[in-house]
Structure formats: C-alpha cells, structure tokens
Design a protein around this ligand. Sequence first.
Ligand code: O7E
Length: 215
Amino acid sequence: MEKKNCLILALDVTDRENALRIANEVSEYVDSIKVGYPLVLGEGLGIVKELAELAPVIADFKVADIPNTDRLICEQVFKAGADAVITHGFTGRDSLDSCVKVAKEYGRDVYVVTEMSHPGGVEFFRPVAETIAKMAVDAGATGVVAPATRPERVRDIRKIIGNDLHIISPGVGAQGGSAADVINAGADWVIVGRSIYNSDSPADAAMKICNDMKC
Ligand code: O7E
C-alpha cells in the first residue's frame, strides 16, 4: 500500500449503496479501504472488486484457522481482488506461514493482529502481543495491527518489529484514540470507521483526520 495520507477507512456499513457512496466521497483521503464481515456478509464478496476500483482493499477476515483452511480463505480473498488480508497470529506459526505463502504467490500483503484496541484486548492478547509481533517478522508478514487506544503499546511493538514491517492502527475517534498520538508513537496508518462513515460529511471527517496527523 502506498503511503499518502496514512488513513485507512474501515467500511463497516452493511449495504452496497452506502458503502459505494462513502467510499467515493472519501477516496481522495484514504490510502486503502478495509472491508470486513459486516459488509461482506451483507452484500457478498463481490463488493471487494467494486471497492478496489476506488482504492486498494484490505480484507479484514482476521483469519484464524488451521493452515489448510487459512490457505483456502486467503486464496478466495485475493481472487476477489483484495490487496491485503488481516490474519490472527495466535493460531501459530504454521497457520501464519500458510497465509504469507499464498500472499506471496499472489503478490499481496498480510497484516497480523498483535493486541486488540478494545478494553477486552488486554485480557488475553497483552501477554502474547510481543511474541506475535516477533513471529510476524520471522514469518515475513507485511505488517501488524496494534491499538491506537494504547499508543505506548504501539511504541513497544515498533521496538520489536523494527522499521521493515508496517503498523496499521485501529481505535481512533469512536474508541477514544488520537490519530496524531498513534502516528507519533510509530504507526504508519490509522484505521478509522465510525468517525468517518457516521459523519454527516465523511469527506470532511476524513480530511480533518488527515490534517490532524500531518503525516
Ligand atoms: O472504531 P471504529 O468504528 O473506528 O472501527 C475500527 C475498525 O477497526 C473496526 O473495523 C474494527 O473491527 C477494527 N479493529 C479494531 O477496532 N480493533 C482492533 O484491535 C482490530 C481491528 C481490526 O480491524 O483488525 C484488523 C485491522
């Protein structure tokens, strides 16, 4: 993904018409559009191809299965036109290797979740976040997902992954995180959903976040 605005739209609406309207309105401010279960379950995987005409799509299926099932999921995601996939890491190195292998075959990207941004994200993830981050490096992933709600954790994870891997960071706005703070802590991109797609003017909301970050 090319870094221009450091902003990824989390397009968690459930209908095609709204999805395409919002994506069109904000496309000049976002470097990528993250699509996950809400929209794909609502409208089918075909929405990925339509959105990919506006911006690269990150398929957020938080893939978390045995290696063979992970391989099958990643193949479907990349065939559908996604530029990247998000996987969990807690399933272990063999599962992650499977996703990275498929991504390399298709020339696409893999981001691995380290610690989640919501309050419950500290319960099980916190003790293993660093180990997952290290595994993402060793496995040759493109980058990791780390919480904008805890910029100090983004700093910790940056120390582990160095500068070769990217950090994409959700939790800005509706979850309380600050885009500028987490970029200063070492994130490459922020992922923002509700603060943009629930706004009366998604384009203005996205522009304001870009201006705040000065990335
Ligand atoms: O809070 P919002 O509305 O700005 O949306 C945040 C988006 O990021 C939403 O799609 C949610 O599912 C996702 N997310 C988190 O909020 N926290 C996490 O720890 C991880 C994700 C996520 O997308 O993981 C993969 C990037």
